[in-house]
Design a protein around this ligand. Structure first.
Ligand SMILES: [Zn+2]
Ligand SMILES: [Zn+2]
Length: 173
């Protein structure tokens, strides 16, 4: 849904978008979304651009960085975003208007696509190195077994390392 600056200048534009994982093509690039995603709020004019205030709520399940199991999480955040047309980049004084807790984004064209905004915010909400639990044992590098579910039948890698150390330390004849 594209919100055009000229429309917001006439009156605030309310939006209420919902997507469901697996049903909406717009979420195809976001495999982490596990349930319904809802983004609702209002757009008002701000300088040459728009100010978006709203609420983003959704269920996501990013993969554990070690064992790749999905980790159920909820995104539930208030958003206050400022968007300025790309043409203001360079007119530096104009860009400095943002306050400490308002993020500034830029758009090309007539306005801001709020579906794109929701996608960006979900990506920002994803943890960099999600872990299903702090002591996740990860996958066996040899057979790929999930070591949280018990040891696999591969030889423990630690033994190999100790053997190599013994060889190195063998005194010269
Ligand atoms: Zn894990
Ligand atoms: Zn293994």
């Amino acid at each position: 849904m594209l919100i055009e600056v000229q429309d917001a200048r006439l009156h605030p534009v309310a939006f209420d978008l919902r997507w469901a994982a697996g049903k909406d093509a717009e979420l195809a690039s976001l495999p982490e979304v596990a349930g319904e995603l809802r983004f609702q709020g209002q757009a008002r004019p701000a300088g040459e651009g728009l100010r978006l205030q709203g609420h983003l709520h959704g269920d996501i399940a990013p993969a554990c960085a070690r064992c790749l199991e999905p980790i159920p999480m909820t995104v539930d955040r208030d958003l206050d975003l400022l968007y300025q047309p790309e043409s203001v980049i360079g007119e530096s004084a104009e860009v400095e208007i943002h306050t400490a807790d308002t993020e500034v984004g830029f758009f090309a064209g007539a306005g801001v696509d709020v579906a794109e905004v929701a996608r960006e915010q979900i990506l920002l909400a994803l943890p960099m190195q999600p872990l299903c639990r702090p002591d996740c044992r990860g996958l066996c590098p040899h057979c790929g077994a999930n070591l949280n579910q018990g040891p696999c039948s591969c030889a423990p890698a630690a033994d190999d390392r100790w053997n190599a150390l013994k060889t190195l330390r063998k005194p010269a004849p």
